[in-house]
Design a protein around this ligand. Structure first.
Ligand SMILES: [Zn+2]
Length: 191
């Protein structure tokens, strides 16, 4: 049976941690780069959309526009790459950023959890490890754009196999990188 683990933003306990995907590492030996210690250029991802909306919820179009913009900012790149203290992975910040910008395009889908299921009711969104799909719970969305940018980026990292032990594993890639997205937005980027 496939290793499918439900991962849920903000509220969920994750019981398993795996890092299966090893995406391409970008090498750059150019002596002209202005940031030699961080050899990933924003320009290589300038035309990329990291998400596509496969739902009929139009608020997700704005989440896509803003999240794409945030991931491409120098601010977000520097926050992610300058952090080499992520838990639940051995990857350094540069590797994390490289994996994010090389991630397969993630589809947005929606569902509405049952009012009766208390655990499911609190979920904002979820993704399975290694599957490029984010399921947004319409019972808890839309929220503010900055919070949903956080969720989109948090869940994106799950789709490339980053995980966290539980909802208190705040130094994990999903939590830290999602928070970096929210912080960048709240600083005024992409508004
Ligand atoms: Zn998560």
């Amino acid at each position: 049976m496939k290793n499918i683990i439900l991962l849920i933003t903000s509220t969920l306990v994750i019981t398993s941690c795996s890092l299966l995907k090893n995406t391409k590492t970008i090498e750059n030996n150019s002596p002209t780069t202005t940031t030699p210690s961080n050899p990933i250029s924003i320009s290589i991802i300038s035309n990329k959309s990291f998400f596509k909306n496969e739902s009929s919820s139009t608020f997700l179009n704005e989440v896509i526009t803003k999240s794409n913009c945030i991931i491409k900012t120098e601010k977000f790149r520097s926050l992610v790459t300058n952090n080499n203290n992520y838990t639940s992975t051995n990857d350094n910040g540069l590797k994390v950023f490289s994996n994010i910008v090389n991630a397969p395009i993630v589809s947005f889908k929606t569902y509405r959890s049952s009012k009766l299921n208390i655990a499911a009711r609190n979920v904002t969104a979820n993704a399975n490890l290694g599957e490029p799909i984010i399921n947004w719970n319409l019972r808890n969305n839309p929220r503010s754009i900055s919070r949903m940018v956080n969720t989109a980026i948090h869940e994106l990292t799950h789709t490339i196999n980053y995980t966290h032990k539980n909802a208190k594993d705040h130094k994990s890639v999903p939590y830290q990188v999602g928070n970096y997205g929210e912080q960048t937005y709240d600083l005024g980027f992409c508004n």
